[in-house]
Design a protein around this ligand. Structure first.
Ligand SMILES: Cc1ncc(COP(=O)(O)O)c(C=O)c1O
Length: 380
């Protein structure tokens, strides 16, 4: 059979089973659809797994980032250091909270924010650092914790890619003053749309208040025990809560997360074995002491002759029916941020070469082999 005759293999697909279906049905039949008992159970599960003080389930990681920056008290004139090689959600949230993002350079091996570059970006206006765990490999958490403590900055972990990852024994999401998680459709586990903000009690409580209109007591807490009008708005807030229908999916996906990650790690190991040695193809480097979360299998492709990252992506899609993705368009190059005139040559170099191959539990062994064969075919 010709490769092109096979069904399209997307870059990412969720793994949803009967457990999620049953949990959602249970919620639909329960009479309680919005943030309530299931969201509370999901929050407890994440809080306990990360070993942090508190967690609040929200509608997306973007909402969690916005709440984190508001809870951090970011104000106009405040600077927040962040990588550029990330999704626009964190820089956008920094701006929406009134602050100014300051983009710092990436580490050329892990593609994470470089702690030394972050330190060079600190000024008297810096209030916080938002780090990100690129592709699921935790950044240098110990170095960033030290940096934040030394300069009196708030450390926010954007752990959207690293729901189940460790570095030197510390779980991604357990070190920051606040951590945000994403359960977006393409993530390591998903609720379709969804997120969580976790961390120190007083900050998460502030985020909870701000994410619930500024009302101190939830609808679920008021339900049946108080008059519904018995509430106060102590601060002008927003509405970012995760509904129980979503949390139902999250509860079951969270349970499966270790298995999902293990399967991703096996696929990554197959790629490592089978794609090593192709000229101009740099495979992901995993540092000693890291348990990678494998959201991304991120390779770099050196431009040689007429082969480039984009030509490889086109060939995989058009000839072999295989989807890929790019992580990321660096944020300092996006129209909304160009005026900051940031110079980040390492970030630019990675961004021009990076390609994410399919790597998810719904892939069969023959899907994995198909990707390997297709990459070899493109290289010959
Ligand atoms: C690093 C990072 N942070 C935040 C987000 C935003 O997540 P969400 O779609 O849940 O708002 C993404 C989305 O892909 C991301 O990659």
């Amino acid at each position: 059979m010709k490769a092109a005759a096979l069904p399209f293999l997307p870059w990412s697909l969720p793994s949803i089973g009967r457990e999620e279906e049953a949990e959602v049905l249970d919620t639909l039949r329960s009479g309680w659809l919005t943030h309530g008992p299931k969201a509370l159970r999901f929050e407890e599960a994440v809080r306990d797994a990360l070993g942090v003080e508190d967690a609040f389930a929200v509608s997306s990681c973007t909402a969690a980032l916005h709440l984190a920056l508001l809870a951090a008290g970011i104000r106009p004139g405040d600077e927040v250091i962040t990588p550029s090689l990330t999704f626009c959600a964190a820089p956008n949230a920094i701006v929406r909270a009134g602050g100014t993002p300051v983009f710092a350079e990436a580490d050329p091996v892990t593609f994470n924010l470089d702690p030394a570059a972050a330190e060079r970006a600190v000024t008297h206006r810096t209030k916080a650092i938002v780090v990100m765990h690129y592709g699921g490999q935790p950044c240098d958490l110990a170095a960033f914790r030290k940096l934040a403590d030394e300069y009196g900055l708030l450390l926010i972990e954007d752990a959207a890619h690293a729901l189940h990852a460790w570095r030197d024994g510390a779980r991604a999401g357990s070190v920051g003053d606040l951590t945000v998680l994403s359960f977006y459709a393409n993530k390591v586990m998903t609720t379709g749309e969804g997120g969580m903000i976790a961390g120190r009690t007083e900050l998460v409580q502030r985020a909870r208040l701000l994410g619930r209109h500024g009302i101190g007591i939830s609808v679920w807490q008021r339900h049946g025990t108080q008059r519904t009008a018995d509430y106060e708005v102590t601060v002008p807030g927003l509405k970012y809560t995760m509904p129980d229908i979503t949390a139902a999916v999250g509860l079951q996906q969270w349970r499966k997360l270790p298995d999902f990650t293990a399967r991703r790690a096996r696929i990554a190991a197959s790629y490592d074995r089978s794609l090593a040695g192709l000229p101009g193809l740099l495979l992901p480097a995993v540092l000693d002491g890291v348990r990678h979360g494998w959201f991304l299998y991120a390779v770099l492709i050196d431009p040689v002759g007429c082969r480039s990252r984009d030509s490889v992506a086109d060939a995989l899609r058009e000839i072999h029916g295989i989807g890929t993705s790019v992580h990321f368009k660096p944020v300092h190059r996006l129209a909304a941020y160009r005026h900051l005139e940031t110079d980040l040559p390492v970030t630019d170099r990675i961004a021009a070469r990076q390609l994410s191959l399919p790597c998810y539990p719904a892939m069969t062994a023959s899907d994995v082999q198909r990707v390997i064969d297709a990459v070899h075919a493109v290289w010959t």
